[in-house]
Each structure stands twice: as structure tokens, then as C-alpha cells.
Design a protein around this ligand. Structure first.
Ligand code: ATP
Length: 258
């Protein structure tokens, strides 16, 4: 049985129809990338899974049970944890207190000591308050807060957003270690290289609908898809991939496949 099956969901904000018949699935202990340009609907997909916004049609089966329409708390308590794009740490609490509060709010937490093994940088910062942490340290703490709650399925929304390259490298190591700890992960990223490097399978969504799915090995060979849907282009000078930043770069959709 899959850990998660999203089956043909349609999600709206008011009258605005954002997700159209969107489907994806995750198997046990996979790390799967959900890719697409700004505004493609990645965050809305995660919000639909966590119950923040309920799909109007379709099904979301978590370990076989349809959870669409359940409350955010009920879905969270069942084992799905989201690390949202905007980092959530308590600014006036220390690192240790942030972890304790997260652990105390769930029935079956992991040991806080285990979090310090995964995130040695947090071990050094135990007594520091959330507001005094750097962006990267706050992101580590956000992920640790989700992980201490013993998630079965972890949803990471653009975890590298705004972080310095050296911190991104630390996160890469951390996420690899997270998956070693029996957690299934769905990750959305604008940093395509980061997502491709971590994941085995991926989905590309465009304008709220499925555009492609397959193995990351295949996607790595598909410069046409990378360019068309993810605005990644090859620099002819050094052969390096470059990602356009900014919003839903509409103009790039008509780039010729290589
Ligand atoms: P980004 O990387 O910019 O977060 P995304 O792929 O995660 O992009 P979403 O945030 O899911 O995309 O947005 C999908 C569409 O839904 C966009 O057109 C966006 O403007 C719209 N949208 C997002 N949140 C809301 C909201 N609360 N109310 C109305 N429309 C929204």
C-alpha cells in the first residue's frame, strides 16, 4: 500500500480554481520532489494534503484512508507533518524549549537527543533563543520541530528558500539522514538541483495540473522538460545549469527542447 495517494484533486481558493485533477503518490521511505515554477500550485498541493484547504473533489488517501476533508489537527495527529515555507519557531523560546514544546504537543515524540544527533548545529545552540538564530539555523530548527513529532510523512515546502549555499549543503546532509530514519518525504523546491540531487522520483506540475512524472535519473536527461517547466537552462559557456529566478516565467515555456 502506498503511504500517500492523491487522486485527481481539484482545489479552489474561493472561486479561483488552482489545482485541476492533480494526482501523485508516495511509497514507503521515498523522497519525492514536487517541482514547478512559482505559482504552479506546489504549496496548494501541500496545503490540500494537510487539510489547510480542502479539495472540492478527488481523494487523498493516507495509508489507505481518505483524509480529504479532515481537520488540520486530525491529519497532523495521524502522522503527516508540514514544514511550511515561512519558518515556524518561537522567537522568545530557546532551541531546547522550541523542541520540547513540539515534542509535548504529540503523543509519541522522538527523543530530543536524537534531534541533536541529526542537527549538531542545534546542539551547540541549545540555549539560544529562536529570534537570535540565522535563517539557516531557524530552518534546521523548523525541520527538527517537525521531526521530533515523529512524522510518518514529512512535507517540506521550499526548505532552501533564502539560505546561503553553505547552509543548503548542511540541509542536504540532514535530509538524507532524515530519510534513513524511516520517514517518507515530499519536497517542493525552486532550487531544482537540490531537489534532483535528493530525490529518486519527481512530479512536475504546471498551472495546477500534472505535467510530468518519473524517475529523477530520467528527468536529469530531459533538458527539454527542465527548460520548459522549471526554467533551467544550460550555460553554453561552462555547461552548468542555471535557474531563472523570479515568478512564473511564462515566456520560457516556448523554449525549444534541446
Ligand atoms: P510559489 O513557489 O510561488 O509558492 P507554488 O507553486 O507553491 O508557488 P501556490 O502558492 O500553490 O504555488 O499558488 C498557486 C496559485 O494559487 C497561484 O496563482 C497563487 O497566486 C494562488 N494562491 C495561492 N494562495 C492563495 C490564496 N490564499 N488565495 C488565493 N489565491 C492563492
Amino acid at each position: 500500500m502506498s503511504v500517500l495517494d492523491v487522486e485527481g484533486i481539484d482545489t479552489y481558493y474561493g472561486n479561483s480554481h488552482v489545482l485541476h485533477d492533480l494526482s501523485l503518490s508516495l511509497e514507503e521511505n521515498e523522497i519525492v520532489a514536487l517541482l514547478g515554477r512559482n505559482g504552479a500550485g506546489k504549496t496548494t498541493t501541500l496545503r490540500s494534503i494537510t487539510g489547510t484547504v480542502s479539495p472540492r473533489s478527488g481523494a487523498i488517501r493516507y495509508r489507505g484512508e481518505d483524509v480529504a476533508g479532515r481537520s488540520v489537527d486530525a491529519i497532523s495527529n495521524s502522522g503527516i507533518k508540514l514544514v511550511p515555507e515561512e519558518r515556524r519557531v518561537f522567537p522568545t523560546l530557546t532551541v531546547e524549549e522550541n523542541l520540547l514544546v513540539a515534542a509535548e504537543s504529540c503523543a509519541n515524540p522522538r527523543e530530543i537527543g536524537e534531534m541533536y544527533e541529526v542537527f549538531p548545529v542545534l546542539d551547540d545552540l541549545r540555549e539560544n533563543r529562536g529570534r537570535n538564530l540565522s535563517g539557516g539555523e531557524q530552518q534546521m530548527l523548523s525541520v527538527a520541530r517537525a521531526l521530533v513529532q515523529n512524522p510518518d510523512l514529512l512535507l517540506l515546502d521550499e526548505p532552501t528558500e533564502g539560505l546561503a549555499p553553505v547552509i543548503v549543503e548542511d540541509l542536504r546532509k540532514v535530509f538524507r539522514e532524515v530519510v534513513e530514519r524511516d520517514v517518507t518525504v515530499l519536497i517542493t523546491e525552486q532550487n531544482v538541483e537540490f531537489a534532483l540531487d535528493l530525490s529518486e522520483r519527481g512530479y512536475i506540475i504546471e498551472k495546477g495540473t500534472n505535467a510530468w512524472e518519473g524517475s529523477i535519473d530520467d528527468l536529469q536527461q530531459r533538458e527539454d522538460l527542465l527548460e520548459q517547466y522549471l526554467s533551467v537552462s544550460i550555460d553554453e559557456g561552462d555547461g552548468e545549469r542555471e535557474t531563472e529566478t523570479g515568478s512564473d516565467a511564462e515566456g520560457s515555456t516556448d523554449s525549444a527542447p534541446s
